[in-house]
Design a protein around this ligand. Sequence first.
Ligand code: SAM
Length: 271
Amino acid sequence: MGGKGWRPPDTDPTVPSVARMYDYLLDGRDNYESDRDACRALLLKVPSMKALALNNRAFLRRVVHYLAAQRGIDQFIDHGSGLPTRDNVHQIAQRVCRDASVLYVDNDPIVSAHGRALLEGNPNTSVLQADFRDTDLIFDQARSRGLIDFSRPVAALFVSVLHCIPDADDPAGLVRQVAQRLVPGSFLVVCQLVSDNEEIRKSVSSFMDRATEHRWGRVRERREVASYLDPFEVVSPPGLVEVSGWMPDNDLIRPQRTFEWEEWGGVAEIP
Ligand SMILES: C[S@@+](CC[C@H](N)C(=O)[O-])C[C@H]1O[C@@H](n2cnc3c(N)ncnc32)[C@H](O)[C@@H]1O
């Protein structure tokens, strides 16, 4: 772990966290042995896991650039933002629009600590340590911090996070609840883990649920993820796709060698 062993007081290094496992897959330094062990165990089930994580992060970069440069979006709420890495949402958006504002939301204390350090001196960004299911709190905080003007369009990002939510917590309902509070011309970005293979869906879901601190959700089927965006206008082409196929902009994308699971989703406009 970077930072000579310092960690926020409410972090248990012996229990893997989704944020730190993802950081390990992206070649970050903010992870513990427990996170690396969990990734190694998962790699035996789903060998494409690292390429999938890198492709997912590249998708996030392309989507934010597209929304800022081509759709004029300059306000973002990033649900389940993850640990800061090379290109974060505010850096991508602010290269297009210097004053773009971003609220990062994540429940992992290490994400908040590192995020706050990175964002010091950037007045249009903020980190909220919270559960992204708490829409009331997130919207209140976005308003009270003077960060987001809800009379103008906003992009709500749910990138590689809804598989963390059990069915009982109604991921589709969460997306709709957020959408209802945004003005027309706002956007939703959704992708999550899917698989055609029932055995993979079950074994990965129960592994993650047992291994990590919070109750995990489920690797789902494509039709379930598509239903989250049913009420909205999916940007098409490309529509809903395996994320490395979403408006690819260079030849450096590392194709997944195996497709036992995928990050699958797309972008939709609120009509
Ligand atoms: C796989 S990472 C995705 C990070 C980033 N969105 C990306 O795609 O690069 C999932 C993130 O969601 C966060 N997360 C999971 N469940 C959450 C919840 N209920 N509330 C807030 N954050 C959550 C984890 O801590 C982790 O940082």
